[in-house]
Design a protein around this ligand. Structure first.
Ligand code: 6GU
Length: 225
C-alpha cells in the first residue's frame, strides 16, 4: 500500500513512521509513506499556499491552486483509490474504517491547516473525509499519522503472531480482555486462575466473558451496534 501525504509541515511526519511496527512495514515493502511539501506548488516566490477567506473573518484558507496541482501531479504516476481530507468536521475514524482503508492500494491524505481548505477542493477532488475525534488539532498531520498507523498495522504481513490484530479491541465491537504476564503472584495480587489452567477452552471462555463484562462497564455504546 502506498500513502501520499500532502502537508505544509512535512517535518511533523518524519518520526511517526520511522520506528517500531511502521518502520518494519516499510522496510518489508508492505507500506510506503511519502510526504509532499505543499509549498512546492505555492503560487508565488513567497511560498504562499493560503489566503484570506471570502466574506471576511479571521483565519486563512488553503488555496485551490497548490492543492489541485499537488493532487494532479501525484495522479500522473498513480491511480488513487481514495483522496482523503482529514478534518474535524468529517465522520469519526474507527476500526471499521481502518479495516476498509487497509484494503486500498493507493491513497492520498491531505492535511489542512488554519481554517481548512477551499471547499471546491473538497467538492471536486476529495473522496472521503475523516476526523479522529471531537476536538480540534492545530493541523491535520497528527490525525494523518493516527490513520496511517491504524491502517498500516492491518496490512497482511505487518503483524506477526505476537502482535496479531485478530484479538484487538474493537475488531468485534468488544474491548480486548485484560492481560497478565509473569509472575503469577505479585505483591499478593494474583493472575486470574483460568489463565493459569493451561486449558485453551477455559482460557478462551474466561477471555470472552471478561471482554463482555469490560465492554458493558466501559463502553456500553459498542454493544448496541
Ligand atoms: Cl482530522 N484535523 C484537525 N485539524 N483537527 C482534528 C481532526 C483533524 N480530527 C479531530 N480534530
Amino acid at each position: 500500500m502506498k500513502i501520499d501525504i500532502i502537508t505544509v509541515v512535512p517535518e511533523l511526519l518524519e518520526s511517526p513512521f520511522s520506528h517500531s511496527i511502521m518502520k518494519r512495514a516499510q522496510d518489508k515493502g508492505l507500506l510506503q509513506v511519502k510526504t509532499h511539501n505543499l509549498r512546492q506548488w505555492a503560487i508565488n516566490q513567497h511560498g504562499q499556499v493560503d489566503d484570506y477567506q471570502y466574506g471576511g473573518g479571521a483565519g486563512m484558507v488553503m488555496l485551490c491552486e497548490p492543492l489541485a496541482n499537488a493532487i494532479e501531479t501525484l495522479q500522473k504516476d498513480t491511480v488513487y483509490d481514495e483522496i482523503i481530507y482529514v478534518t474535524p468536521d468529517g465522520p469519526q475514524f474507527n476500526q471499521q474504517m481502518a479495516n476498509q482503508l487497509s484494503m486500498k492500494e493507493n491513497i492520498i491524505i491531505i492535511c489542512g491547516h488554519y481554517k481548512g481548505i477551499d471547499q471546491r477542493i473538497r467538492d471536486h477532488f476529495v473522496t472521503r473525509e475523516i476526523s479522529i475525534g471531537d476536538y480540534v488539532l492545530s493541523g491535520g498531520e497528527l490525525a494523518a499519522a493516527v490513520i496511517v498507523d491504524a491502517v498500516g498495522r492491518l496490512l497482511p504481513g505487518v503483524l506477526n503472531d505476537e502482535t496479531s490484530a485478530l484479538f484487538d479491541s474493537f475488531q468485534d465491537n468488544l474491548l480486548a480482555p485484560p492481560v497478565y504476564t509473569r509472575p503469577a503472584s505479585f505483591r499478593g495480587w494474583e493472575v486470574p486462575t483460568p489463565l493459569l489452567s493451561g486449558n485453551p477452552k477455559i482460557v478462551d471462555e474466561w477471555r470472552y466473558e471478561a471482554s463482555l463484562r469490560l465492554t458493558e462497564l466501559k463502553r456500553p455504546d459498542l454493544m448496541k451496534e
